[in-house]
Design a protein around this ligand. Sequence first.
Ligand code: NAP
Length: 307
Amino acid sequence: MTDKITVSILGTGIMGAAMARNLARAGHDVRAWNRSRDKTEPLAADGAYIADTPADAVRGADAVLTMLYDGAAALEVMRQAVPGLRPGTAWVQSTTAGIDAVGELADFARSHQLPFYDAPVLGTRQPAEAGQLLVLAAGPVEGRDVVTPVFDAVGARTVWTGDDGAAGSATRLKLVANSWVIAATNATGEALALSRALGVDPQDFFDAIAGGPLDMGYLHAKADLILGDRLTPPAFAVSTAVKDARLIVEAGERHGLRLDVAAAGAERLRRAAAQGHGDEDMAAAYYASFEDDSSPDAGAGVDSTTK
Ligand code: NAP
């Protein structure tokens, strides 16, 4: 291939590991680092170099991809990477960081002469593993030839939202999309909790809306996780969704908006995390409807709905 490049991945959690694997499989030289090394080591089987430090990971890279928990983690890790960073390296910032943090990250990029690409992704574990994410990207036109192979390896499609990464246009679109995802997840959990409390078989609910505009693939995907008690491993963890929900509420507040559903959704996710569901899929926000999550009856399952 002619566009083989060296890509550093900082953060190999659910999403970063899948993205690193697809970059390696696309023939790129991948240098991976993660705070907990055990999440990086399996990537060696795909040919990735496993770095001990962020600075080691970014050495000689054409592009650095950050896929960390939040903006603060991304900034902290990039600071650690400074001794290995060379001016001109493209920074693909895919962490869902929020609007304010994107400005801070872009400032860091400017001061280290790194072309900055605000590049959050839509899609969860399975599309990430399949290299089928939707990449939302904003950044300079000059230099896109370096980052396009990265986006092509991890995604099915790239939507360019602007040529100034610092303006955060891609992150804004990401927050809008995630407000929908989180609302739909919480609505699914509440509908199932209500069906349980009212003694309604969830299947009767699904049958009632089948084939109409209210019937959503996403409802079935999340309901299956809840009813089948398959909340681990998570596609998108409750603890990560708590962070995203807060970013959405904050963005609304900054723009003089009342986002009542988003605020309530953030509180449900926070409560689910406090109940011990932080590492489970965000569908576990379902449990926030129950006062005492420890009761044996609190578990999901079609069979238990009429208990
Ligand atoms: P994850 O599996 O929890 O990975 C989070 C990563 O951040 C881990 O590598 C973790 O390291 C690292 N990290 C957290 N705090 C850190 C710190 N202070 N210093 C260094 N590393 C730190 O989460 P994920 O689902 O892959 O999500 C990663 C990002 O993608 C998030 O911003 C999320 O909102 C976004 N996203 C997720 C999805 C999804 O469906 N999962 C979809 C689109 C976007 P350790 O392994 O050491 O904890």
